[in-house]
Design a protein around this ligand. Structure first.
Ligand code: NAD
Length: 484
């Protein structure tokens, strides 16, 4: 199936932090893919802005190397790569100083959509917003894209929102959560709201519980300074897992349109019950003879920061009352595996003699690897031998179902950047959503800090601490396997 690509309007995209890891690894390769697909046209430009005194050629070389390293298949098409690199310019700028801004101002073309990607530390968001405004580089139609982390608690998120609001309207602010840009996450909405089949069952009458898992195999990888002050709750749950929870639990919006969707997500966050201490399991990865422990890695022998967290969460509304949502995320786990699993209730009665195993339909939405959706259904075991039942997945792997190679499924960043240019905020977090998420998160963190809670050690390569298994076992449930 050949997908139709609609070119976006000509744009000038300025990437502050253009020499950084995120720009080289994700943003620029993503833009090249959109250029290759014809969605970014040759009259658009990408301007890198960072402190290094590189010049346009220097930045192009840096980006060429990044693409060769992180997107080698794309780099193989040299003509397209070179044509793309010609669209790149660079300006040396210090976010907190005054040099470089006039040149940036001169580079901006009238008529092109202006977008400014803040791919820098959050402490620079304010100074950047201020200078874009003061130098009249941003106009009322301009968009700014801000990266995570958006605050470290409610107070800092509010302060950040206030600072941005001094210079930009909410309709101009795109708070990125790359989980929302994943193909599967959007398909979750298509499956839920584009089929009659699921919505009647999507409630506490038919759903036993929901599991959301984001498991990583990597450790903190050089981000130790930041991570030790954040932990899994701030780094993953408050944003990514919370967003997934919202999409799975929200009421159908009246239209698939930014504020209609975000209003419904906000209602879910506001309906979250406080989580009891025994419904929270925090873990920290231990060392092995050949690998350092988390504490060794971050050089903090007394660190109580969690690299793993599992939570049992409830939503206080008619649809979900009594249905537990189990969330877990962690580093150095058995496999890189992210999914949402909607586990339906057992049959009220089995008519098949001798069939004493429970058969549950499970709708599993896989985010990575191998994005797709599968529905576990019960069928008869093939062949003779009577009516023996077995459970099999009805698999909808996107790459297979749509006849594309997996590499054709657009990456989250490239989709989100194109949404910014189109002015579509549906897949971005609104300020009040972020604040509501922190308002729910803050007391949980304050609670375990007050209790001096020490995270449980777990072996790297395992599924997390044993206590997390118990969180479900004591309710007669079990986590789904973490597997590649
Ligand atoms: P990085 O440290 O690799 O790059 C930071 C960039 O900011 C560099 O280009 C640097 O020159 C620039 N910079 C620093 N101080 C500056 C100043 N005063 N003026 C102008 N430019 C300045 O960081 P990164 O990994 O690219 O991350 C950038 C942002 O994206 C951070 O907010 C980070 O939390 C977020 N983020 C990164 C990732 C990732 O995978 N790297 C993922 C999610 C979010």
């Amino acid at each position: 199936m050949v997908s139709r690509v609609i070119p976006v309007d000509p744009f000038d995209l300025v990437i502050f932090g253009g020499t950084g890891d995120l720009a080289r690894r994700k943003i620029l390769p993503g833009l090249l893919r959109r250029f290759h697909a014809g969605q970014m046209t040759a009259d658009s430009r990408v301007i890198g802005a960072a402190r290094s005194d590189l010049g346009a050629e220097g930045w192009r070389s840096l980006i060429r190397e990044g693409i060769e390293e992180f997107a080698p298949a794309l780099a193989a098409d040299r003509d397209t790569l070179e044509a793309f690199l010609e669209r790149l310019d660079y300006v040396s700028i210090d976010a907190t100083g005054d040099g470089g801004w006039d040149r940036l101002c001169d580079l901006m073309r009238p008529g092109a959509v202006r977008a400014f990607y803040f791919s820098v530390a959050p402490s620079l968001f304010g100074p950047l917003a201020e200078r874009l405004h003061a130098h009249r580089i941003a106009d009322r139609e301009s968009r700014i894209v801000v990266e995570k982390p958006f605050g470290r608690d409610l107070a800092s998120a509010r302060a950040l929102n206030r600072t941005l609001a001094e210079h930009f309207d909410e309709s101009q602010i795109y708070r990125i959560d790359h989980y929302l840009g994943k193909e599967t996450v959007q398909n979750l909405m298509a499956v839920r709201f584009g089929n009659l089949l699921f919505e009647p069952l999507w409630n506490n009458h038919y759903v036993d519980h929901i599991q959301i898992t984001v498991a990583e195999t990597v450790g903190v990888e050089g981000r130790g300074d930041y991570y030790d002050k954040a932990g899994a709750m701030r780094d993953m749950v408050q944003n990514h897992l919370m967003q997934l929870l919202c999409l799975i639990a929200m009421e159908p919006p009246s239209r698939f349109e930014a504020d209609a969707v975000r209003d419904e997500k906000l209602k879910v966050i506001r309906a979250l019950k406080p989580v009891r201490p025994h419904h929270i399991v925090r873990g920290q990865y231990d060392g092995t003879p050949s690998a350092p422990s988390y504490r060794e890695e971050v050089g903090n022998p007394r660190s109580f920061t969690e690299t793993y967290i599992a939570l049992r969460v409830e939503i206080a509304n008619w649809r979900w009352s009594g249905v537990p949502f189990y969330l877990r995320t962690g580093k150095k786990l058995r496999a890189r595996h992210s999914e949402i699993a909607v586990v339906f209730k057992d049959l009220p009665h089995s008519i098949f003699e001798g069939d004493d195993r429970p058969h549950r339909n499970i709708l599993a939405i896989r985010l990575q690897p191998n994005e797709g959706i599968d529905l576990t259904v019960t069928i008869k075991e093939p062949g003779p031998g009577g009516m023996r039942l077995t459970d099999v997945p009805l698999d909808m792997t996107f790459a297979k179902a749509l006849g594309n190679g997996a590499e054709d499924v657009p990456d989250a960043y490239e989709r989100l950047v194109m949404d910014v240019i189109r002015g579509n905020q549906t897949l971005f977090m609104r300020g009040d959503e972020v604040e509501a998420a922190w308002a729910w998160t803050d007391p949980l963190i304050a609670g375990w800090e007050a209790r001096n809670d020490v995270p449980k050690l777990y072996d790297p390569g395992s599924s997390g601490p044993d206590d997390a298994m118990m969180l479900l076992h004591r309710e007669g449930r079990r986590w789904r396997d973490i597997r590649a």
